[in-house]
Design a protein around this ligand. Structure first.
Ligand code: ASP
Length: 448
């Protein structure tokens, strides 16, 4: 049995849905289909999810979100028209959207999530209606009925482990099960969404739940590339990589697959196959537990902007019991999480995502570190990019760091920070944001 997830661009128009239909029916093992909301039809288009967020925000600010809801309805209507399916499903979608728009707003996050999630929920209804119109047995599956229960701890939504047992029963459902991605229900029956692009996570949870043999993730590229194709033209496609490698790459900007989507499939040992809806015969990329063919030390190079660092120096920091705890406590007081913390004898650098910290919060954090921890020096640097050079083969290869740093030096890129060793499959370089592309190109040419 296979679980197949289709992303927003695979479901953006009637023409795309026809491709999805052909893919699904060409393999009887494709039993559970997970769908995103309709995405962009071209680069100027707006995703249904973004329209829904805008509508909810307008309404929450006391304005009228109705016009945006009409835009959403017309996206579904144009798909239905292209596919010659009855207006009944569109009438149902319109009613659903207006009742969500006028629902109780006393808990704004809940209100927003319910509207956001409707993008996938209504799309699952539409896709299943289309399959039936083509004579294939298919049903929309409500995540509440299926038992996809989530928690809302630490500010992010996570599946409750007991969901997996309940989802196993989906195996017995008749025909094809069309499941909306991106959200689950709390114990109290409220809708909660995962983070953006979270339908990948739903697919992985379902693959684990039904104990699928394969989790297929259909998107709009032929493969996961070794480097961002906007930075290096025609980069090498990756045929196979391990969960750990993919985790590190998707963390640092490989947006093909959500970084939180790996864990459920990984825990159940289910391989993931990333494929192209627009070119299903392309080989795609497989994500597996172990791979034999190492083909050199590096499998991919990823990078992400928008980080900043707080460098703290204090003589004899290494001897001071509780220094790290007090420092992290200050960050916690401002709701800030950190990404990395490379340290020396008398110093530590905390790397964090810049958008978490307003200018005001930054000033307060710096002054508290100085006053409460009696630091000798506190320096904040903005606009850093983190570059991850990833590959299981690095463990067995001598000199990979030397090759990487020489390539950066030859390209005149100043390395602000290196973090190597904490993860066995990657090394990380911090560079100034403006050097990001030069650094990536230099590293790609060195290793590929
Ligand atoms: N539609 C949601 C988003 O745009 C989730 C998804 O597509 O996976 O983030």
């Amino acid at each position: 049995m296979k679980v197949a997830k289709f992303g927003g661009s695979s479901l953006a128009s009637g023409e795309q849905l026809k491709k999805v239909f052909e893919i699904v029916v060409s393999d009887p093992e494709r039993k559970v289909i997970v769908v995103s909301a309709p995405g962009k039809r071209n680069s100027d288009d707006i995703k249904v999810t973004d329209l829904l967020i805008a509508a909810a925000e307008r309404q929450l600010h006391g304005d009228d979100g109705g016009l945006l809801i009409e835009d959403v309805v017309s996206r579904y209507a144009s798909i239905a028209e292209e596919l010659d399916i009855s207006g009944e499903v569109i009438a149902e979608i319109r009613d659903n959207l207006y009742s969500l728009l006028h629902a109780d707003q006393s808990k704004p996050k809940r209100y927003l999530d319910a509207l956001k999630a409707s993008g996938e929920d209504n799309n699952a209804k539409l896709v299943s209606a289309y399959f039936r119109s083509r004579g294939v047995e298919a049903q929309y599956m409500d995540p509440m009925k299926a038992g996809l229960i989530v928690t809302d701890e630490g500010g992010y939504t996570q599946v409750l482990p007991e969901s997996y047992e309940r989802l196993y029963a989906l195996r017995e459902e008749p025909g094809i099960v069309v499941f909306p991605g991106f959200f689950g229900y709390t114990m109290d029956g409220d809708v909660l969404t995962f983070s953006r692009s979270g339908s990948d996570i739903t697919g992985s949870i379902l693959a684990n739940g039904v104990k699928a043999d394969l989790y297929e993730n259909f998107t709009d590229v032929d493969a996961v590339y070794a480097v961002n194709p906007h930075v290096v033209s025609n980069p090498k496609g990756i045929r196979e990589l391990t969960y750990r490698e993919m985790r590190e790459l998707s963390y640092a900007g490989f947006s093909v697959f959500h970084d939180e989507a790996l864990i459920p499939a990984f825990r159940a040992g289910i391989p993931v196959h990333i494929q192209n809806t627009n070119n299903p015969s392309a080989q795609g990329t497989r994500i597996v537990s172990t791979r034999d063919n190492m083909n050199g030390p590096v499998v991919g190079i990823a990078s992400d902007k928008g980080f900043c660092s707080i460098y703290i120096n204090k003589y004899l920091m290494n001897r001071e019991v509780g220094f790290g705890r007090k420092l992290l406590h200050i960050l916690e007081d401002y709701g800030v999480s950190y990404e990395h913390a490379p340290s020396g004898i008398d110093d530590v650098t905390i790397i964090l995502r810049q958008d978490q910290m307003s200018e005001e919060a930054e000033a307060k954090i710096v002054s508290r570190i100085k006053q409460e921890l009696h630091a000798d020096q506190v320096i904040v640097e903005h606009n850093l990019a983190l570059i991850m050079v990833v590959g299981e083969g690095m463990r067995h290869n001598v000199g990979t760091t030397a090759r990487a740093s020489k390539a950066l030096a030859d390209a005149k890129v100043n390395i602000e920070m290196i973090n190597q060793g904490s993860s066995e499959v990657s090394m990380m370089f911090g560079v100034k944001g403006h050097s990001e592309e030069t650094a990536i190109q230099a590293l790609y040419h060195e290793f590929f």
